[in-house]
Write a protein that binds this ligand. Structure first.
Ligand SMILES: *Cc1c(COP(=O)(O)O)cnc(C)c1O
Length: 355
């Protein structure tokens, strides 16, 4: 066998949401946007096809200028990646190596431990509170001399819980200034919590804060792979050093610009998903499930030992959700018909339980 790093043996495989095998299956397993691409975005991408024999611009000047304006920062503060997963990888690669600690809540985004171990660092997973939120006190208590970077996922994937601005501010007050805190806001557009932490405001107040954004969820560009960080210039410069060269395609850059041009149209879609979320949550509660408010484009059922049984019933009904064995099931808010199918399958499980 060829040489390989022993750390790889500790990397959990990223489990992609199940892929449908037939057209009669609905996929609610990857938090994708159920709407097809906007016509204007398709057209922009089609126009860019003329140039796919050429490398993309690594500086992404047009998109960078747009995002800088949108966020009220300088272009030097913006770094793109092939999805925010790649930007998260840059953040860890730039901050943590052998023996350093990468902290995050658990359960949270499953890419965090993969990225941490891949960098040779040690993942430090701090359990969520009983109400499915980050335990920021426990996280602050768990900081050591080796802590290099902390992820705060708001709203949290897969629980949908948010943190208030006051809570995260108080937490940041306890984090040493040389520890980078990344606020991952992948689901920010679906977040209607009036008290929620606002990453960009915390970035302005605390120089050790970086904020992660993606075009995969609300903007519906998951297949094109583009996300970005807002960070202090020195942090951003380090991210560029470890970035995979040319990872962000011109197709992705063009689609992102076209999406920013279509914010109003996208906002309507986001509102639709948020109202579906309310309907699904209400219906689940009416069926008797214990479901907390979610501020993302999914709902979370904490099922413990029942997880596999409920997931089997969903699969049987042609509904693919994301099950975490022994913990629970995350169900993406899809198109109304897909949600109806998920709800009908779950109603069936309740009936069976009563029999
Ligand atoms: C989906 C998701 C992302 C975005 O991933 P991309 O690489 O941008 O597609 C980032 N963080 C969290 C918590 C997510 O759930």
């Amino acid at each position: 066998m060829v040489k390989h790093r022993s750390a790889l043996e500790r990397i959990p495989a990223y489990k992609q949401g199940a892929m449908p095998s037939t057209s009669d299956v609905v996929k609610l397993s990857s938090n994708e946007n159920p709407f097809p691409p906007l016509a204007s975005v398709r057209e922009a991408v089609a126009g860019e096809l003329e140039r796919i024999h050429l490398y993309p611009s690594m500086a992404a000047p047009e998109l960078t200028a747009r995002i800088a304006k949108l966020q009220g920062v300088e272009p030097e503060n913006i770094v793109f990646g092939a999805g925010s997963v790649e930007v998260a990888t840059q953040l860890v690669q730039a901050s943590a190596g052998d023996g350093d600690e990468v902290m995050f809540a658990w359960r949270s985004f499953e890419a965090y431990p993969i990225i941490a171990i891949g960098a040779g660092a040690t993942p430090v997973q701090v359990p969520l509170t009983a109400d499915e939120r980050h335990d920021l006190d426990a996280m602050a208590d768990a900081i050591t001399d080796r802590t290099a970077i902390i992820f705060v996922c708001n709203p949290n994937n897969p629980t949908g819980a948010t943190l208030t601005h006051a809570e995260v501010r108080a937490f940041l007050g306890r984090v040493p200034g040389d520890v980078l805190v990344v606020i991952d806001e992948a689901y920010e557009h679906f977040n209607r919590d009036a008290e929620t932490a606002i990453g960009i405001d915390l970035y302005r107040e605390f120089p050790n804060v970086a904020v992660l954004h993606t075009f995969s969820k609300a903007y519906g560009l998951a297949g094109l792979r583009i996300g970005y960080a807002v960070a202090q210039a020195d942090v951003a410069a380090n991210l560029r050093k470890v970035a995979v060269p040319f990872a962000v395609s011109a197709l992705a850059q063009t689609a992102a610009v076209a999406s920013l041009d279509a914010e109003a149209e996208l906002a309507t879609r986001i509102d639709d998903i948020v109202s579906e979320r309310a309907r699904v949550t209400e219906e689940l509660r009416a069926q008797g499930w214990d479901v907390k408010d979610s501020q993302a484009n999914f709902v979370w059922l904490r099922l413990g030992d029942d997880t596999q049984r409920v997931d089997a019933a969903l699969t049987e009904a042609g509904v693919l959700a994301r099950a975490f064995p022994g913990e629970g099931i995350r169900i993406t808010i899809g198109a109304p018909e897909a949600n109806r199918r998920a709800l009908a399958a779950l109603a069936g499980v309740r009936m069976e339980a009563r029999r």
